[in-house]
Design a protein around this ligand. Structure first.
Ligand code: FAD
Ligand code: NAP
Length: 537
């Protein structure tokens, strides 16, 4: 090699990202005897749970379901402490997994993949990172995350703001103390709703800048009861199986009544019990929340009443009522004391629909109606979901075709795992798969296992490349859209629809045909010799 020529390292597989998905992909592919390298932009593992360290960050799927099921030993030794684990506990869990299975040496940290180019003659991918490193790989596994590419607001003058600006999705490691400060939070999605109560308890004054009110339900988080936890740990396999095969992957399937079959009193009882229990299962306490507007309206009225009950100032309560989208068509939030926070005398709610933000200066954020002097500003403004992290990489497949061009009118995938024209490149929980509509650890494990088994089949058959067929992909894309159009989801301006990103095509991104049914579909594809995929030597 000439001096100055970068060394090119060759691997069977390169995995991009070291969150839940990348870690498991690394474990599985190494176990198959493949040479594997994982690239991670951060300086540690964890993905979502590395980056989102804001106060109050925790899962909204219960800890004992939101964890890996691939290793019985891991299941036995890791003891979750709370119903909904905190960011710190989930991060420690993922660090433990990586060290327990000796995966850390295979991960190159502080390394962002910038470009992936298919070399058609060799059938290998050439990869270039922001550190100048070059690699080649037969397989590329994009474990880049559905909610990992942050979205920031463009506020004129914000660059002049002299206070500190925090992003929930890039929260610093050190403890932030807001005591004595005037703090503003922009954004009232899940991240905003989790951090607002804790910041309010600390700050001198908190101004919440709300553009769209969201539905939120109480978490009723609590330490796990040791005997109930042990019982579940002793019965993990059947519990996990029931979740995997269920429609939602959040709880085992159970027969549910339609909201419209119930009397008003029966509905009230059922919704009241779910509210008391806490968590997103409220969405699934009747069968038709997400497919019937009249059914949905009954839950909306129920939640409006709860908000009016909690928030003492009538006018503030009215401003907090979500009225622009059906319940569940934007991700429902799970909170601790969110609505009650607006009873505090040090909290102001600003309705940005009535008075939009017009700019910022050295000391303040200004709306059309008023100026708000602030010491710190927290941006909880979300992500370029599902496609953002993938399209941030310059991916070029057959004939130099760019993924960004192929997806100009919205992502096109086969099963959310593969793209025609991009052989041997796989996405974990890509667009067109249940992903963000599910318990994501379950969906991640299913995709990693599908990819690992597909690679295993290729080795057994002695073939070099696998690629989605264009026809199968088109059928899948049409099916994903048809299923979504039978629901209320398209009625919301949500990130599920790409609506939070100006110019992003309005396409419903995840697959809502059910986690269990989707798994069955993938199994059928595999059993039919990977129907819809082409293999080549
Ligand atoms: P991520 O955890 O996002 O990891 C992707 C990794 O890829 C990141 O570390 C990123 O740095 C890296 N990366 C991206 N691009 C590149 C590149 N070009 N080069 C190198 N590295 C790259 N889901 C649930 O099911 N239940 C929950 O309770 C839940 N809570 C959540 C809470 C928050 C605050 C957020 C933001 C999301 C939550 N989610 C939840 C969704 C969550 O993202 C998934 O559950 C899961 O953690 C995703 O894992 P992942 O490995 O697919 O992606
Ligand atoms: P989000 O749901 O997209 O919320 C972003 C918020 O910022 C919205 O209220 C949005 O208003 C507002 N916003 C965006 N741009 C704005 C602008 N220019 N001016 C004013 N307001 C603006 O993002 P998120 O809260 O980070 O959550 C994203 C997803 O991550 C969640 O849906 C969930 O899947 C996951 N998550 C889960 C948890 C959990 O509880 N476990 C916690 C955090 C995140 P509009 O609605 O008007 O666009």
């Amino acid at each position: 090699m000439n001096e100055g020529t970068p060394r090119v390292a060759d691997f069977d597989a390169v995995i991009v990202g070291a969150g839940f998905a990348g870690i498991y992909a690394l474990y599985r592919l190494r176990a198959m005897g493949l040479t594997v390298r994982c690239l991670e932009a951060a300086d540690d593992v964890g993905g979502t749970w590395y980056w989102n360290r804001y106060p109050g960050a925790r899962c909204d799927v219960e800890s004992m379901s939101y964890s890996y099921s691939f290793s019985p030993e891991l299941e036995r030794e890791w003891v979750w402490t709370e119903r909904y684990a905190s960011q710190g506990e989930i991060l420690r869990y993922l660090q433990h997994v990586v060290d327990r299975f000796s995966l850390r040496p295979l991960i190159r940290f502080n390394t962002r993949l910038r470009q992936a180019t298919l070399n058609e003659s060799s059938g290998r991918w050439s990869l270039r990172t922001d550190t100048g490193e070059q690699l080649t790989a037969r397989f590329v596994v994009m474990a880049t995350g559905c909610l990992s590419e942050p979205r920031l607001p463009s506020i004129p003058g914000l660059q002049d703001f002299e206070g500190r600006i925090f992003q929930t999705s890039r929260w610093p490691r050190e403890e932030i103390d807001f005591s004595g400060q005037r703090v503003g939070v922009i954004g009232t999605g899940s991240s905003g709703i989790q951090c607002i109560p804790l910041i309010a308890a600390q700050a001198k004054h908190l101004t919440v800048f709300q553009r769209t009110p969201n539905f939120s339900v109480p978490a009723h988080n609590r330490p796990l009861d040791p005997s109930a936890r042990q019982e579940l740990m002793d019965n993990y396999p059947p519990f996990r199986k029931a979740l995997r095969e269920s429609f939602t992957s959040l709880a085992p399937d159970a027969p549910l009544p339609s909201a419209m079959e119930l009397s008003a009193q029966e509905r009230e009882q059922r919704y009241g019990a779910a509210w008391k229990e806490g968590g997103i299962r409220l969405l699934f306490c009747v069968s038709d929340t997400i497919v019937s507007k009249p059914a949905n309206d009954t839950l909306v009225s129920f939640l409006h009443e709860r908000i009016r009950e909690i928030v003492k100032d009538r006018e503030v309560a009215e401003r907090l009522l979500p009225k622009t989208h059906p319940l569940g068509t934007k991700r429902m939030c799970v909170d601790t004391d969110y609505y009650a926070t607006f009873n505090r005398s040090n909290v102001t709610l600003v309705d940005l629909r009535a008075t939009p933000v017009v700019g910022a200066n050295r000391h303040s954020v200004r709306t059309r109606a008023a100026e708000f002097p602030l010491d710190s500003l927290v941006l909880a403004t979300g992500f370029d979901a599902m496609t953002g992290a993938l399209l941030a990489i310059d991916v070029r497949g057959r004939s130099g075709r760019r993924l960004a061009d192929e997806w100009r009118n919205g992502p096109r995938t086969y099963l959310g795992v593969s793209v025609a024209g991009f052989p041997n490149l796989f996405m974990i929980t890509g667009p067109g798969s249940p992903s963000v509509i599910s318990n994501m650890v379950i969906s991640i494990e299913q995709h990693v296992e599908f990819v690992a088994e597909l690679i295993g089949t290729m080795r057994a058959r002695g073939v070099d490349t696998v690629e989605a067929q264009a026809g199968a992909q088109e059928e899948w894309v049409a099916h994903v859209a048809a299923v979504a159009s039978g629901t209320l989801f398209p009625q919301a301006d949500s990130w599920y629809m790409g609506a939070n990103i100006p110019g992003k095509p309005r396409v419903f991104l995840p697959y809502v045909g059910g986690v269990g049914p989707y798994r069955l579909k993938c199994q059928e594809v595999a059993m039919a010799g990977y129907a819809g995929f082409d293999f080549r030597s």
